[in-house]
Every structure is written in C-alpha cells, then in structure tokens.
Design a protein around this ligand. Structure first.
Ligand code: C2O
Ligand code: CU
Length: 464
C-alpha cells in the first residue's frame, strides 16, 4: 500500500515525537579543549629568534572559536602555564558563573587543572576571549583570541577576514618579552604599550583580494593598552557593528576608525584599488604617520561594478534602550596616574598618600578607592535601568569595560549611542552610559588598559 506524502510526513513527525531527543543529548556534546601553553613562535622577522609566548593551543592569536548565534559553547580549559588562570569571554552576555573572572566568579585554575566553561552565545557578532587572572601579564604574554558568533542571516559579502591586533613589548636583542609587567612607569602612564605590532600573529600580514570584492573585516583590538586609530586605503567601507552589536544603518567610513583596547569593529569594505595594486588597512601613528597593518594585494576582479550600500546586519536580542526617567543615577570618578591631581585614596580601608599608594603598586582610583573591594560600586535590582556618569579626572585615556551587559552612551544632547561593551574616554573627558541591568550576577567594570585595571581601576556591580 502506498503512503501518501502527507501520511508519511505525519508518521515521520509522530516517530520523532515518540523518540523525542532528550535535552541531555545536547548537553552531552563533548567539551573541546582550550589549553593554555608555553610555546615559541616566530613573531619577529626570520633573522630573530622565536619568542616565548603563552598561548591557547600554543598559538598567538589563539585558535578562532566560531559558533552560530544561540549555540551552546562548551570548552574545557586546561591550564599548562606556570600561573593560575581563567578564561573570560569578552562581550558575551553570559551566565555569571561562566564569566571567567578569577577571584570574582570563579577560583583561578591552577597549573595542571581544568575548568569547564559551558554557555550560550545569545548575540551574533565579533567577540574575543582572553585570560582573566593577572591579565596585565597573561594577556600581554599572548592568552587572547577571536570568538565569532555568526548570525543566521548572513550579509551579502564575498568573504570575511578576522583581524586580531596585538602588540608586544620585546627586547630587540633577545626577541623575548620584557618581563617587567608591573613596572611602575608603565602602570602610572598609558599602560604596557608594545614596541612590535602583529595582526593575526604576523607583522607583515598580506592577503589576496580582487578588485570590487566585498569583504567583511572583523577587527579586534586585543592589545594590552594600545589605542589603534585606523584608516582604509584602496578600499571604501562601512561600519556595520561595534563591540559585536550591529549599529543599524551602516555608517560610511570616512576618515579614521578608532579602536580602544578590547573594542571591536565590523566593517564591510569594497576593494577599489586597481588590479596589481595594494589596498591597505593603515594605523595612524601619534605623529599622524601612516603604517600598514594589513596589505591586500589586488589580483583579478570580483565584479565589474561596485555595489550599493550593504543592508544592516540583523539586530541582536540585546538591542534595547533604557528608560532614563526611571534610571538609577551612578557616578564614577576616575583619578590618579602620572601628572594627575590624586593626593590620596583608600587602600585596605586606610587613606594613603600618593607615594604610599605607589609603593603598594596602586596608581589609580575609582571613586577614591585604589583597589577592587568586597562591596560593589552599586547593588542593582534585576532589570533596573542605570545611568552612569564617568568622569575621567586623569590626563590619560581609559577604555572602560562592563562585563555581562552592553550599554549605550548617552550623548550630551540626550541621544543614545550604539550598544557597546567598552567605552574609550579621552584624558579629562566625561561621558555617560546607560544600560538595563538585565543579567544577574557580579559584573566587573574596569579599565581595559590592563595595567591600569591592576593598579586601581577595577570595580564591580551586583545585579540581584
Ligand atoms: Cu576583556 Cu574584564 O575583560
Ligand atoms: Cu585606564
């Protein structure tokens, strides 16, 4: 007897119901390993020795992790470096227990030990992962890499490139990292700025490209403290997303794109350079000098016509706007650093003068406190809207990063900026951010110039 197609489908669906796949089957998907290792890599030109680094999988940058939006990410972290560590999944709206902050959300994982990270990636976008114990050393040694969450509705592009920007402070004689991670001069100034820059582990990254090719560039500033002002040459492009979150209508790149430490930008670029030429992603130096970070050598033509403005990336579920009339007002005053006005601050409950603080390795304070304390900056109730004024009373720029939730800048005219997880403040600049405290847990808020975070610029929020 022949089954009609319809009957067949009905039976098929009944059959599926009968053997309904238990959720636990999904849960039992194996953990993949993320192993922090000491290794040697050729970062410098070949005439130099290899550099000893700490890298996930022994690589710098770490192997890219790529998942689909909504996927469950399961990674077994094994620590094989000679220092306790943990992994932070930067920018992911994560379950607090999986946030990877040593001393706040988990114990640091000792050498030879493991920790299982198991979380959902709710938002598509460009994220990254990095060590979060003594980050000013561990990240600078190389424990950092890209975490890409793909949207279901892919943009119309020819291809994409993930670009992980790192810098290294190397002894030019030995080719090894200077191990002066907590040097006071660095901590009290701009942080550990490297003297050698790599993109995807290469100082001379060159990629092939075609004329009129449309490429998505996912650019990640994974450096410890360096700000990257970027410029395009031989390409025209649009900003599509910042810190993972689509900005809505694509913004033409006109002039420079600035990435503070930990910030990301998704660009869609069209190669306008002629065949045989070289398009470039350039870094603008302090003296306005332009240095190539990535070269695209143009060979062949992808299409004879240039295309229209790309469509916006699909919005993420996190894309909301807080109601400011209901918002809890918070204030954060940042002080300290070289050439600053900070006379004293609290450390261990005691008021210490600048010299004593410096002896204790503290050079900065948030609301007059020069360390991470047991009490949070604020206790928030779940879904409470928050408006936070950040006043940078130092002469240095700072990249303030909030864990667990994205925020929007509230501009002086009251307009909201795009959603971000890290905001770059110029010296002596005040900015306001607002967010909805919709993720319960203990969330760090700190400067991502990592030596600043270690020397006073770390606080936290509790959402219950
Ligand atoms: Cu990307 Cu608390 O860090
Ligand atoms: Cu800072």
């Amino acid at each position: 007897m022949k089954q009609t197609r319809r009957e067949f489908l009905r039976h098929a669906s009944l059959a599926t119901c009968a053997v309904a796949i238990p959720r636990s089957a999904y849960a039992e998907a194996p953990f993949e390993d993320v192993v922090a290792k000491v290794a040697r890599r050729q970062l410098l030109p070949d005439s130099y020795p290899e550099t000893e680094i700490w890298g996930y999988g022994g690589l710098v940058p770490a192997p890219e992790i790529r998942v689909a939006q909504g996927d469950r990410v399961r990674r077994r972290f094994r620590n094989e470096v000679p220092d306790p560590s943990s992994v932070h999944w930067h920018g992911i709206r994560i379950d607090n227990a999986m946030d990877g902050v040593s001393g706040l959300t988990q114990e640091a994982v000792g050498t030879g030990e493991t920790f299982d990270y198991d979380f959902i990636a709710p938002d598509a976008g460009t994220y990254w992962y990095h060590a979060h114990n003594r980050s000013y050393e561990q990240v600078a040694r190389g424990l950092r890499g890209a975490l890409i969450v793909e949207e279901a509705d892919k943009p119309d592009i020819d291809r994409e490139e993930v670009l992980v920007l790192e810098d290294w402070l190397l002894d030019p004689e030995s080719g090894q990292l200077f191990d002066n991670f907590d040097q006071p001069m660095m901590m009290s100034h701009g942080g550990r700025i490297g003297n050698f820059i790599t993109v995807n582990g290469r100082f001379d990254l060159t990629l092939p490209a075609k004329r009129n090719e449309r490429i998505r560039l996912r650019v990640i500033n994974a450096a410890s403290a360096r700000i990257f002002p970027l410029r395009l040459s031989g390409m025209s492009g649009w900003t599509m997303a910042l810190d993972g979150m689509p900005i809505g209508q694509p913004q033409p790149v006109d002039g420079e794109v600035i990435l503070g430490p930990a910030q990301r930008v998704d660009l869609i670029v069209d190669v306008t350079e002629d065949e045989g030429g070289t398009a470039q992603l350039l870094r603008i130096g302090d003296d306005d000098q332009l240095t190539p970070l990535v070269r695209l050598s143009v060979d062949g033509t992808a299409s004879s016509v240039s295309r229209d403005t790309p469509s916006p990336l699909p919005p993420n579920p996190a894309a909301h706007t807080p109601d400011l009339s209901e918002a809890r007002d918070l204030r954060l005053v940042m002080s300290g650093g070289a050439m600053g006005r900070m006379q004293s601050a609290l450390l261990g409950g005691e008021r210490l003068g600048f010299r004593q603080l410096a002896q204790a390795g503290k050079f900065w304070a948030l609301n007059d406190v020069a360390e991470m304390t047991d009490t949070p900056l604020a206790d928030l109730s779940l879904n409470e809207p928050v408006r936070l004024k950040i006043e940078n009373q130092t002469v240095f720029p700072h990249a303030m990063h909030l864990h667990g939730m994205h925020f929007r800048e509230v501009r002086p005219d009251g307009a909201f900026g795009p959603m971000r997880d890290t905001i770059l403040l110029g010296g002596n600049e005040s900015r306001e951010i607002a967010f909805i405290a919709d993720n319960p847990g203990k969330w760090l808020f700190h400067c991502h110039m990592l030596s600043h975070a270690a020397s006073g610029m770390t606080t936290w929020l509790r959402v219950t």
